[in-house]
Every structure is written in structure tokens, then in C-alpha cells.
Design a protein around this ligand. Structure first.
Ligand code: IVH
Length: 681
């Protein structure tokens, strides 16, 4: 290449930049570092600066080129942008197929293409001579708005299509805000006092509605393309699967979870599998879309009121709902933290009926401007505690009441205090407060701490109420008679509990540290501390300075640990548990300087049977490996249990080592990590 000729170099740089953009943003598999990419970009920008005549609108430097506008022009869709009929059960889905087959007079089964129904904004992209010339919203289906300047800022969208793409070509799909981007945006907005976004869909819609593309450019947006308009330069694909494959070939972002299904049973399985994956996806979905795959059948099926008969949306339960805030309760946590909890009029959301939502702290109550009697928007995804997203101000009743933090602990009556500039208010009662004692016991017995089987919430309550225990050490002094005397307990369950207590005495140092319930010391920090100090004496003796030398232990955590053991009650309790009650752990004499899996990234997918995901993760972390949520070319090993899906496929495609659970456990054993076998006490 003749680099002395700027035109040639500019062309080469643009091609390289577009190639690497596609690898990074669409394939999620970059070949060069960000710095190398930036260097190419800067070189192109410099050349364009000194040769303005070489600037073209499809240059990678022109993503945020346009000036702010005062309004969006109207765009008429040659082919209307349709919406979808919906169903919510497999029976309705079957009825839909029945009707399709009747209309087609089809005896044979139909095949389908299934896709996630992305909760975003429908957008049409028009490529003329393979160059992106226009992007428009759906609007009312007939007429939308010209949002070209904004859509150009979305890095996934190519300005140019390859030579084998037909022209002109209209591509349709959904612009969305990835969940990670949405959360990051809100985190930043909270820190800077800006307005937060209610949900990813509003985030996408609001971002595309900005008059200044420079604002849109700062929003994390992405797109999934799922169809073409009638304008396809004479190209006549035969199936929807062909369309998706072609879109992908041309470098347009498509959804990896789209899949061809031989018959309706396959679709029903797809709908179930996708729902199970819903909360692990990095984009919001509100259902699955099932489309008749054979494009020749579509005109024969036609449409009714803007809804094609050849496709249907299978809707999942909404993860959002509105309801009324009836009251706010104040709960006391293990460390005395007072958490306001919203008491709601019961509402069905995310597949269950919800009547409580966390409000985190009073700052959150203030931020939401929440009053009792307000109508609120609730979000519930997966097993996460429901959250209050916003107040519907227009529905605020006249007699709405302010939410007030009590001055005294609702459980023990001690004063509620707020330290320095901490957001969290706390009950000052310490272990005098029954709520704190209870939470501490619950934490001590919990699965990630000493894992005392059978010692649940209710039993802890009963033991406290009967004055049989005060702190963790008392648990180990309980007798069969004492336990058997409690309501709904018998001799057999009492024996079981004592056996579980006895079993809990053999544990790991990390679990023991975690079980003590030191503020700011979670599982990870506990594991680090156990590796560093190895013995309780060493940990108790460590001063703040020494503690801060430990990786990931900052001044706050160090001071929490030091002041925990400076408190005589805490120190005596820890020593009593270890020396008298005999809670013990294996003492590893020599820890290798570097952990065996240092620098490795593992991914766990599918279900594990002999161990929990948390234990697997902890074991890997202990060995030095990171555990990531998604597979990339940097992944070292993928552990794939039954039900593993796309992560396994991706690992196969990338040639990454895959092992099943048995192999995984063997590997852990080889590395000196015994995994708990449920059959051996
Ligand atoms: S197909 C018939 N496929 O859902 C053509 N739509 O409720 C309809 N949507 O307006 C489009 N994901 O905005 C199709 N994989 C997907 C989709 C999808 C989300 C949206 C689209 C449409 C709405 C209909």
C-alpha cells in the first residue's frame, strides 16, 4: 500500500477500524487492544483533519458528527412496521398454530423460527448502495421519526454493508439498552445527582429521542436486527432463518438465541428454556417471538389489524407492576442497620405475588420522594428482592403521609444513631437488641457461614423466645430435651439438630471468619483473611496497619476487623468457639506462593448436582481463578452441567476446554480441594 498517498491510507484505516469495530461490538471478540484501536482512530482523525476533502459521512470518525436539531422529520414506512398478536400459554400457542394450518390447509407440521422478544424500541435502517442513509422509529407503524443522527452513534451498527448485500435494503430490529449499561448509567446518575432511568426500555427510547446526538452517543445502546423490509434489492430469501443468517453475514448485530424449530413442540421448549435464562441475559425481554419460518407461507396467512398472522409473541409475566404503598416498616439487621421496607398492596409481578419491597435506606426514600399512600412502580426479576423504582406522582392522594425514620429501635427501644456521613442508620442496642441477636445467629448458621442444617429462621426465633440461647456459643450447649421441648420439635429433630451442630464444628477458617459477622467482611474477604492469617490468634493480633497490607483490605475494612476484635465480647466469643467448643479447621502449613489457577478465568453454566454454584465458585476463587458470567476468548475452562446452552456452544466455537461436573470435581481434588460429598458426613 502506498502510505504516502493520504487517500489510500484513509481508506485502509477506515476498513481496519470497521473490521475491529465489528469484532469488538458485534462479535464481542476483539483482536486488538483498545489502545491499538484508539491509535488507528487517532491516525484517521489526524489525516482527515489535514485533508478535510477526504471526510465522508461513512467514516468511523463521523459517528457523533451531526449538530443538534430542533425536531425529528417524519419518515413514511413503505411497508408498515407491524406489531404482534400475543399469547400467554401453550394452549393459546397451539390454537394459533391450529389456525395457521387451517388457513394454509396444511396437513403437515409447520417449522418456526423463535427469538427473544427484546424490550426496546423498534427501528428501521435503510441502506442505499450499501451505505446507511436513514434510520427511523416505528411511530404508528405508517409514519415514524427520522433518528438517523442518533442511530449513527450506536457502535454496533455498520455504516457500510459488504458488496454481496442487496441494495437498497431496509433492515428492522430493536434498539435496546444493555442491563449492565443501564445499571452503570444509573449508578453514575445517582452519584452526580442526575435523573435516573426507570428501566432499560425507557432508557433506549429516551436516548433515541435526544435532539443532540452527542447526548445519545454517551448512552449505552445496542441493537438486534431481526427482519428486512420489502425493499431488499430483489433479494428473495426463502426462510426467516436465511434472513437472519444473511443479516449476520453482512455484519449486522443479530441475537444469538434465535433458533429454528422443526415443530410447535420445539417452540414450546424454546419458550420455557428462554424464560429460564431470562434473568441471566444482558438485555430485557418480555417474551419470545415465534415466526412461521417459510417466507412463502406468510402472504397466504396475511394480517389482521396491523398484526401478521404468521407470527405471535409469547408473553412472559411482566417484571414491573404498579401498586399502592400501604406503610413502611423498619427492620433491624445483624449489625443494627435499620432498613425501611415498603409494605405494599399485594401485586402479581415477575410471576409471584409481592407485598414487600426493600427501600434500602432513608436516602433512597428521599430520592424517590416516597409517601405512604403513593402509587409506586415495582420491579422484580428472578429471585432478587423486589425494588421500588418510582412514584407515580399524578396518583398521589391528598392525605399521603411522609415516611419518618423512628428515633428508637422498633425492637429494643435503644436510640437509633447515624455515624458520620454514613447513609445507614443503626440501632445502638448491639447484642442487647433481640433483632440483632437473632440476625447474628441466623447469619452464623447460614449456608455460607457454618451451614448448620435445620437451624432456620423459625427455630432461631423459638430458641431466643424460650431463652435457650443468647449467642452462637450457646447453640453448642443445647440438649436434646431442651430442643425437643419446643413447639413442633420432637426427639428425632432435636437429635438431627445436634448432629448438624456437631458436624458444623469441622469447617474452614474462611467460613468461621465469615460466620463471626464482622461488618464489611463478606465471603471473599473472609477467604482472603483466612489465607493470610491462617490462625485465629494471628487474626486477632493483627493491627490495622497489618490488616491493610492484605490484598483488597482497605482502611475501612481494616478498622472494622480491628475494632471487632478490640471488643472484648467479640474476641472472647471467637476464642470460646474455637478453644472450648472446638470449632476447628484444617491448618494448611505451607500455602504456595501463587495459587494454582492464578490468572485463569472459569465459567460455570448449567446445573451442578453434587455442589452448589456458590461452593464451586468459592473453591475456584480459593485456587486463584476468576469466575466470569460469560464466555469469551479469554475464558480458560467452561464447566458445563446439565442444561448448559449457549455458553457451551460458544465455548465449543472458540475451542475452549469444557468439562462436566465429575471432571471438575476431579480437577478440584487433584488441586487439593476436596468438595463436600453430600453422602459423607
Ligand atoms: S418481529 C411482525 N421480532 O415487538 C413483525 N419483533 O409487539 C413484528 N420486538 O414492534 C416484528 N423483539 O418492536 C419481532 N425478535 C423480534 C422482536 C420484536 C421485539 C418488538 C417489535 C414489535 C413489537 C411487537
Amino acid at each position: 500500500m502506498d502510505r504516502s498517498e493520504p487517500r489510500t491510507e484513509v481508506a485502509a484505516l477506515r476498513e481496519a477500524l470497521d473490521y475491529h469495530r465489528h469484532r469488538y461490538f458485534v462479535l464481542d471478540d476483539p483482536e486488538i487492544s483498545d489502545a491499538e484501536y484508539d491509535a488507528l482512530f487517532d491516525r484517521l482523525a489526524a489525516l482527515e483533519d489535514s485533508h478535510p476533502e477526504l471526510v465522508t459521512s461513512d467514516s468511523p470518525t463521523q459517528r457523533v458528527g451531526a449538530a443538534p436539531s430542533s425536531q425529528f422529520d417524519a419518515v413514511r414506512h413503505d411497508t408498515p412496521m407491524l406489531s404482534l398478536d400475543k399469547c400467554t400459554s401453550t394452549d393459546e400457542l397451539a390454537a394459533w398454530e391450529e389456525r395457521c394450518r387451517r388457513l394454509l390447509d396444511a396437513d403437515d407440521e409447520l417449522s418456526y423460527f423463535c427469538e427473544p422478544k427484546i424490550d426496546g424500541v423498534a427501528v428501521s435502517l435503510l441502506y442505499t448502495d450499501r451505505v446507511l442513509v436513514r434510520a427511523a422509529t416505528r411511530g404508528d407503524g405508517e409514519t415514524g421519526e427520522d433518528i438517523t443522527s442518533n442511530v449513527r452513534t450506536i457502535p454496533q451498527i455498520p455504516f457500510r454493508l459488504p458488496a454481496d448485500a442487496p441494495s437498497p435494503l431496509e433492515v428492522r430490529g430493536e434498539v435496546y439498552m444493555p442491563i449492565t449499561g443501564f445499571l452503570a448509567f444509573n449508578r453514575r446518575a445517582l452519584a452526580t445527582g442526575e435523573r435516573t432511568i426507570v428501566n432499560p426500555r425507557n432508557g433506549a427510547a429516551g436516548s433515541l429521542r435526544q435532539l443532540d446526538p452527542a447526548v445519545t452517543a454517551k448512552r449505552p445502546l445496542a441493537m438486534f436486527c431481526y427482519s428486512i423490509g420489502e425493499t431488499a434489492g430483489g433479494w428473495q430469501p426463502r426462510s426467516h432463518a436465511d434472513v437472519v443468517a444473511a443479516l449476520q453475514r453482512w455484519g449486522l448485530p443479530t441475537n444469538r438465541r434465535g433458533s429454528w424449530q422443526e415443530n410447535l413442540n420445539g417452540c414450546a421448549d424454546y419458550v420455557d428454556a428462554l424464560l429460564a435464562e431470562r434473568d441471566s441475559l444482558n438485555y430485557a425481554i418480555d417474551g419470545a417471538v415465534i415466526k412461521v419460518d417459510d417466507l412463502a407461507l406468510r402472504p397466504r396467512l396475511g394480517q389482521v389489524t396491523r398484526k401478521p398472522r404468521w407470527a405471535i409473541a409469547y408473553k412472559y409475566p411482566s417484571e414491573e407492576a404498579s401498586t399502592v404503598l400501604v406503610d413502611v416498616d423498619f427492620q433491624v439487621g445483624r449489625t443494627g442497620a435499620i432498613t425501611p421496607v415498603a409494605k405494599l398492596e399485594p401485586v402479581f409481578v415477575g410471576g409471584v405475588t409481592v407485598s414487600n419491597a426493600t427501600l434500602h435506606n432513608m436516602d433512597e426514600v428521599t430520592r424517590l420522594d416516597l409517601r405512604i399512600g403513593d402509587t409506586v412502580l415495582i420491579h422484580r426479576a428472578g429471585d432478587v428482592i423486589p425494588q421500588v423504582m418510582k412514584v407515580v406522582e399524578s396518583k398521589r392522594p391528598q392525605d399521603a403521609r411522609a415516611v419518618m425514620m423512628p428515633r428508637e429501635c422498633p425492637v429494643c427501644g435503644s436510640a437509633i444513631v447515624q455515624e458520620g456521613d454514613e447513609v445507614v442508620a443503626r440501632c445502638s442496642g448491639g447484642l442487647k437488641c433481640r433483632a440483632q441477636r437473632k440476625e447474628r445467629l441466623r447469619h452464623f448458621a447460614s449456608r455460607h457461614a457454618l451451614d448448620i442444617e435445620g437451624l432456620g429462621d423459625k427455630l432461631v426465633d423459638q430458641l431466643l423466645a424460650a431463652d435457650l440461647v443468647n449467642g452462637p456459643a450457646d447453640l453448642y450447649r443445647l440438649t436434646v430435651d431442651q430442643i425437643a421441648g419446643l413447639e413442633r420439635m420432637g426427639v428425632k429433630s432435636a437429635r438431627n439438630l445436634l448432629a448438624a451442630l456437631a458436624a458444623s464444628k469441622r469447617t474452614t477458617f474462611a467460613r468461621f471468619i465469615h460466620a463471626l459477622g464482622i461488618r464489611e467482611v463478606g465471603e471473599t474477604t473472609a477467604a482472603t483473611l483466612s489465607r493470610e492469617f491462617k490462625t485465629l490468634d494471628a487474626l486477632v493480633a493483627a493491627d490495622e496497619e497489618t490488616l491493610q497490607e492484605v490484598e483488597d483490605v482497605g482502611p475501612v475494612v481494616a478498622s472494622r476487623i480491628a475494632s471487632f476484635f478490640a471488643d472484648e465480647t467479640n474476641r472472647l466469643l471467637a476464642e470460646e468457639l474455637h478453644d472450648e467448643i472446638g470449632i476447628a479447621w484444617e491448618v494448611v502449613d505451607e500455602e504456595p506462593q501463587t495459587a494454582p489457577l492464578d490468572g485463569q478465568t472459569w465459567v460455570l453454566t448449567g446445573s451442578l448436582e453434587a455442589m452448589t454454584r456458590n461452593d464451586a465458585k468459592a473453591a475456584l476463587n480459593d485456587l486463584g481463578a476468576k469466575v466470569a458470567a460469560s464466555v469469551s476468548k479469554n475464558t480458560t475452562v467452561v464447566v458445563a452441567g446439565p442444561g448448559a446452552g449457549s455458553k457451551r456452544t460458544r465455548a465449543e466455537a472458540l475451542g475452549i476446554e469444557i468439562m462436566d461436573e465429575a471432571e471438575f470435581r476431579q480437577r478440584l481434588a487433584d488441586l487439593g480441594k476436596a468438595t463436600q460429598d453430600p453422602d459423607v458426613p
